[in-house]
Every structure is written in structure tokens, then in C-alpha cells.
Design a protein around this ligand. Structure first.
Ligand SMILES: [Zn+2]
Length: 465
């Protein structure tokens, strides 16, 4: 297997292939096949997302994939932002369609014409919906599994509120949902306000969640957007006030994709393979029996299997005859199963269970009861280890820079005092090839811009995916 630190890109492609997450041999460029193991992991991420947004009174919807040219053209900034990324459908059978239709690159243009029908009075507000669907973008850059693709597995939440203040509260709610989700995935991130020239097309402002990949390049893994009334004015989404007049709603969105899975793979994995955080591991516990002539290993194993299943764990017993226990250990380690149980004659004889955690080296033999008493604690310790390791790697891959010369040829995330001007960010970009990710929201440091010397706050710069 490739060395992750030395050859991250090759390591990434190899692990996705051999662990059975995705098959990129499908004949449409940038559209890959979700394999069962990868799909299961993504569905587990989706289920966590559903749980959190449902608890905040969001409702799930499913909109059609096609958007008419007319629907799209309503919001000019938005269309302009996506015009080079659209797939168009122009024919039905052999007939030319009366109106061309685009495959959604995101769903503002699909959802907001309906919002304008649904919202009548303030009692219809807030309106909070989401969908988890595929969106389509004609990517011309080099495609990469789960990172840059043309058919994207997309979560998008859309809200409408009576006032801008309500919409701002929604932005804070997104931040708390995001924290819960990334805690489960054990992922570190920065919250950066994208500069105006790089915000979502049509948004008032964009907050992006950026993480750091082992290559030192940043990966945007989620975004939330404050639209204010930019879209509602164009799509005519209003509610009636008591005096009969109408007010435009304020809107927000929250978007993320399988890039979350890309981050999990890349940040937690090692030279042995994947490491899944327990909450999204397709298999949380693998039981490997070590065949014995004198003891009934299998039925002892099945007892443990059934008990774990009753407790709600995703658990499997590897009964493949053709492979040795050693082969099986390696195989499940490569697939990132967080916990392995070994059952041999000695374990059966003494009512013991031998456990090893994918996040640590070594194994531990404990009494049957002791294992079940400690199980949830062991799962938590895996999460803690992954969280701390990821945070420490991110610290290692982040530098504070006092001048541009410090960061030339650097493969890291750079924090630098920046005045916020496009001019200074362009200068940094020209000399370092680093993009400006915007102003860091978690940092309160102030000082002099490293380019022009004017007053500034912490800006984030990085090579990006
Ligand atoms: Zn400056």
C-alpha cells in the first residue's frame, strides 16, 4: 500500500479502490459507482444529518432534477455563477424541447418558485426544508473520487424567515448542527467567511467549513449561506403583513456532500488502510473466529454476535473458510473496522474476549462480562483518539506567517493578517499559488496586513482541492 504522507494522492485512490468504496471505471467521466461499502458509510452520514436537522424542525422534500431555462434565469448572479457548469437537456425523444432544461447544479431555482406559492402569511414561516439528492456539475478540472465529480451526492437545506434577524439565528443553528455532525466524524475544521468575490453566487455572505488534507491542501467540506432577500426579491417570495402589505422573506441555505466522506478517509486513514469513526462505520465490530479442534469456537462467537446485534451494533462474523485469521485481520484493518474481536480455544475455555481497536496498536484479553461493560467506553476512546490525532495533524499543517516570503512553496494552511482587500489577496495568490479562503471566524487576532501594512485580521490562505 502507498505511504499516505509521501504519496497522498496515490494512497487516496488506492484505498478507495481496494476497500470497495467506489468504482471509477464507469464510462461517464466524473460519475462513479457507489459500491456497497462506500454507500453504506455515506448513508450513515446522511442518517446523522437527518437526525440533527429533523430535531431542528426541518422537513425533508424531494424536488425534480430538471430546471427550466426560465426558472434558472430569474436570479442573474446565480445563473452567471453556474453557467459554465450546467448540463443541458434539449431533446425529448427526437423532438426538440420547447424550452431547454438544465440538470440541477444546486436547487435554488427549483425550490424557490415553489416557495413563492407556499409562503402566504407569517404563519407559514419559518419554512425549513432539506433534501439529499444528486446534483450535476460539468467539472472541467481533473476529477477525483468524492472530491471533484460531476454527479454529486448533495445535502441542501433551504429556509425562509420573516426577518433578517431570524435568518441570522438560522445561521447560528447551522453552526451547531455542523458541530454535532463533525464531532461524530471526528473532523477538525476552520470557519472562514469567503471573500465577496468568492461567495456563493447570489448570497449576501458565505461561511465555509474548511479542513486540511494530509497533502497540506484545504478541502471545503460544507458551506452555509445568508441570502437576505436577494433570492426572494427575484423569485417573489413574500408574506402578507396585517395591514395588507407584503414583505420579502429572508433566506439561508446549508450545503454539503460526499466530501465529508473524502475527509474521513483522508484524515483518519493510515498506511494500513481506512479507519472509520464508530458512528459511521458500515461494520463497527468484526468477529474473527480462530478455528480449533477441541473447542466449539463458532457457537461462542455466534453468542457474542447475537448479543452485540441486540445491543444495536453493526457487527459481522467473518466465517470465510478460504482465509486464515491473519489474512482476515489485515483485510478488516484495511477496511477500517473500528473494533476487532478474536475468538479462539483459549477465549472459549476461559470465557474471555480478545479485543483490538483499529485506532491503537496491540490487543487486550478481557473477561466476557468485562468486555460488555467496557464496550461503549472503548468505542468512545476510538472517537477521542481519532479526534485528537486529527486536531494535532491540523495544527502541524497550519502555520502563522508574518510575510509572504515565509510561505512560498509551503504545502500548508496559512494564517496571516490580511486587510481584506482583493488586491492584497491577489498578490499572495500570485506569489504563492495559494487561494484566499477568507477571514477566519474563530480568530480574534488583529495586526498589520502582511502585504500592504494596513490594519487587518486573520485571513486564511491555502492551496485548495
Ligand atoms: Zn493588505
Amino acid at each position: 500500500m502507498e505511504n499516505k504522507k509521501v504519496n497522498f494522492s496515490e494512497w487516496y485512490n488506492e484505498i478507495i479502490d481496494i476497500s470497495g468504496l467506489s468504482d471509477k471505471r464507469y464510462p461517464v467521466k466524473g460519475m462513479n459507482v457507489w459500491m456497497p461499502y462506500g454507500l453504506k458509510a455515506m448513508q450513515l452520514i446522511d442518517n446523522l444529518t437527518r437526525k440533527y436537522v429533523d430535531s431542528m424542525d426541518f422537513q425533508e422534500v424531494s424536488f425534480p432534477v430538471l430546471i427550466t431555462r426560465g426558472q434558472l434565469m430569474v436570479e442573474f448572479e446565480h445563473v452567471k455563477g453556474f453557467e459554465n457548469e450546467l448540463f443541458w437537456i434539449t431533446k425529448g425523444g427526437s423532438d426538440k424541447l420547447e424550452e431547454d432544461m438544465a440538470m440541477r447544479p444546486t436547487s435554488e431555482a427549483a425550490i424557490y418558485p415553489m416557495f413563492s406559492l407556499w409562503v402566504r402569511s407569517h404563519t407559514d414561516l419559518p419554512l425549513k426544508v432539506y433534501q439529499i439528492v444528486n446534483v450535476y456539475r460539468y467539472e472541467t478540472k481533473h476529477t477525483r473520487s468524492f472530491i471533484r465529480i460531476r454527479e454529486i451526492h448533495f445535502f441542501e437545506a433551504h429556509t425562509a424567515h420573516a426577518t433578517y434577524e431570524d435568518a441570522e439565528r438560522q445561521m447560528s443553528e447551522y453552526l451547531s448542527i455542523w458541530k454535532k455532525l463533525t464531532d461524530m466524524l471526528c473532523l477538525p475544521y476552520l470557519v472562514n467567511q469567503r471573500p465577496d468575490w468568492d461567495k456563493f453566487p447570489g448570497a449576501k455572505y458565505t461561511l465555509a467549513f474548511d479542513t486540511v488534507m494530509p497533502s497540506g491542501r484545504s478541502l471545503q467540506i460544507g458551506t452555509i449561506h445568508q441570502y437576505g432577500t436577494n433570492f426572494s426579491k427575484n423569485y417573489n417570495i413574500t408574506y402578507a403583513l396585517d395591514d395588507g402589505s407584503h414583505e420579502y422573506v429572508s433566506q439561508t441555505t446549508f450545503g454539503m456532500s460526499e466530501r465529508l466522506l473524502a475527509a474521513v478517509i483522508s484524515i483518519h486513514g493510515d498506511d494500513t488502510g481506512l479507519i472509520f469513526p464508530p458512528d459511521i462505520a458500515p461494520i463497527q465490530i468484526i468477529i474473527v473466529p480462530i478455528p480449533s479442534k477441541k473447542m466449539d469456537v463458532a457457537s461462542y462467537g455466534v453468542g457474542i454476535l447475537n448479543k452485540l446485534m441486540d445491543m444495536g451494533y453493526r457487527v459481522k462474523m467473518d466465517n470465510r473458510d478460504a482465509y486464515t485469521p491473519g489474512y482476515k485481520y489485515n483485510d478488516w484493518e484495511m477496511r477500517g473496522v473500528p473494533m476487532r474481536i478474536e475468538i479462539g480455544a483459549r477465549e472459549v475455555e476461559n470465557s474471555h474476549i480478545t479485543v483490538s481497536l483499529r485506532s491503537e496498536s496491540g490487543k487486550k484479553t478481557m473477561k466476557y462480562e468485562e468486555f460488555f461493560e467496557n464496550l461503549s467506553e472503548m468505542m468512545n476512546s476510538i472517537k477521542e483518539t481519532l479526534t485528537q490525532r486529527a486536531a494535532s495533524t491540523m495544527r502541524d499543517l497550519t502555520v502563522n506567517a508574518a510575510k509572504i516570503d515565509d510561505i512560498k512553496d509551503l504545502e500548508k494552511i496559512v494564517k496571516a493578517i490580511w486587510c481584506g482587500s482583493e488586491e492584497c489577496s491577489r498578490k499572495i495568490e500570485e506569489q504563492t499559488e495559494m487561494a484566499c479562503l477568507g477571514l477566519n471566524q474563530e480568530s480574534t487576532e488583529t495586526g498589520k496586513c502582511i502585504v500592504c501594512g494596513r490594519n487587518g485580521t486573520t485571513g486564511i490562505f491555502a492551496r485548495t482541492y
